[in-house]
Design a protein around this ligand. Structure first.
Ligand SMILES: Nc1nc2c(c(=O)[nH]1)N[C@H]1C(S)=C(S)[C@@H](COP(=O)(O)O)O[C@H]1N2
Ligand SMILES: [Mo]
Length: 428
């Protein structure tokens, strides 16, 4: 009785998208899906690797001020310490991560469109394996959408949920990549077969008038009742490629920085002009951070084996070092290369008898927000790591961190603390 009922349900899908004839695009088919997959495969791999790099760059295992994720356990504790060079390392890895993430959006959407009928497969489960396979797709599609949506929300400063962005984005990435690996492993055979079924070159030469559906496939991607085509495969692929190129063109300028920034029309903040030599992008202005103008009573507090305090004039009287470095933000934008001058962090460490293996805890006049960071011994001791007092030959502006800010090669922007008030060197 029950068996007959189950069979009846399986043979009678509900109306609408659950019926195969609902899907009529003549372009859907394993070849088109596979071409989009091949474009995504290296893209997603690179996204995952640069994303890992991004998390590692926070040096979450240095604790204090960096990452407070509780129970990160195996997913975080294995991360190596982030190096202090080459100087462009974070600029490139994070620029690639954010820009590529945007560029992949049209391809991901096209890929989802190409397999949309599978979402409405009927019956929902034919067997236990089929059910597990579909559940893994839920993690795959859900994970991809979650990562893209949270990523875009973050770079657009739209914090709608009370979760810390990078924790959610990081854990989401592991869920997604696990589902992705399973997905690729189970489908790579079909992918190769489908790619061999047509020549890409020939397809790119086929106009609309000669566009025909792919032959019926075991996965039922090809419509059983295709409508006449209204766009060729090359037209569809071209549309996706152009969308990706447009996103690239409208965002990459924010990573390059400098004059290229004016081309980044999709960047959430325009160009916040500083004055004269300080005329480069400001993320958090002094007003936004609640910083009031700092006067001559400011003194830098230094703590190590001994404690000291230095006025700005005393800091300027110490040997000064100049380094040309960009500040590169996790959001993918950068200040472009600027010329920073100040006291090497290593000199300040020596001044208070810090050990070569000491970490540095940085604190700002600002309260809350991104106002503290812990730097590794390697970051403290690299020659271009500075407590910067000047930029491009002039005193730092208040918006860029006057009286003093941290500038370290390959360090994520957020750790280049502005309005520094205290530096504490210690074992941890
Ligand atoms: N005290 C303090 N320092 C800070 C920030 C902040 O909000 N407060 N923002 C950080 C972030 S997220 C970045 S990307 C850089 C940006 O530097 P800029 O505003 O000088 O361009 O400063 C960092 N230093
Ligand atoms: Mo940032």
């Amino acid at each position: 009785m029950l068996g007959r009922w189950v069979r009846w349900v399986a043979e009678n899908p509900p109306p609408g998208p659950f019926r195969a004839r609902f899907w009529r695009s003549p372009l859907r088919g394993p070849w088109l899906t596979s071409v989009l997959s091949v474009a995504l495969l290296p893209g997603i791999t690179l996204m995952f690797l640069t994303g890992l790099a991004s998390y590692a760059a926070y040096d979450p295992n240095l604790a204090r001020g960096n990452d407070t994720t509780p129970d990160k356990g195996l997913l975080g504790s294995w991360l190596p310490t982030w190096p202090a060079g080459p100087w462009w390392l974070y600029w490139v890895t994070q620029g690639v991560h954010v820009t590529l993430g945007l560029v992949l959006i049209p391809i991901v959407l096209a890929k989802l469109w190409s397999v949309l009928p599978k979402l409405f497969e009927w019956p929902p489960a034919r067997s236990l394996t089929h059910l597990l396979d579909r559940a893994s797709l839920l993690l795959l599609v859900g994970g991809a959408v979650f990562e893209l949506v949270t990523g875009v929300m973050n770079i657009q400063y739209y914090y709608a949920w009370p979760v810390v962005f990078y924790q959610a984005h990081y854990y989401g990435a592991w869920v997604f990549i696990a589902a992705f690996v399973v997905h690729v492993a189970f489908r790579v055979g079909r992918l190769v077969t489908a790619l061999r079924s047509r020549s890409l070159i020939r397809e790119l030469r086929t106009p609309l008038s000669a566009t025909r559906p792919e032959p019926p496939d075991p996965d039922h991607l090809v419509s059983p009742d295709p409508a006449p085509p209204t766009i060729s495969r090359r037209g569809a692929l071209g549309m996706v490629a152009l969308s990706s190129l447009a996103l690239l063109g409208l965002t990459v300028g924010q990573t390059i920085g400098g004059r290229a920034r004016s081309t980044a029309l999709l960047a959430p903040r325009g160009r916040e002009l500083g004055m004269g030599p300080n005329d480069f992008q400001v993320n958090k202005t002094a007003a936004m951070a609640g910083i009031v103008p700092v006067d001559d009573s400011w003194r830098l507090q230094l703590r190590g084996a001994v404690s000291r305090s230095l006025s700005r004039a005393e800091l300027l009287a110490l040997p000064q070092h100049t380094a040309r470095l960009p500040i590169a933000c996790v959001e993918g934008w950068s200040t472009g290369i600027q010329t920073w001058t100040g006291v090497p962090l290593a000199d300040l460490a020596d001044l208070v008898g810090a050990a070569r293996t000491d970490r540095l805890f940085v604190e700002s006049l600002q309260r809350g927000g991104f106002s503290t960071a812990t730097l590794s011994p390697g970051q403290v001791r690299t020659p271009d790591a500075l407590l910067a007092l000047q930029v491009n030959g002039a005193d730092l502006s208040l918006d860029h961190g006057f009286p003093a800010r941290i500038v370290v090669p390959a360090l994520p922007g957020v750790h280049n603390i502005k309005w520094v008030t205290r530096l504490t060197f210690s074992v941890g």
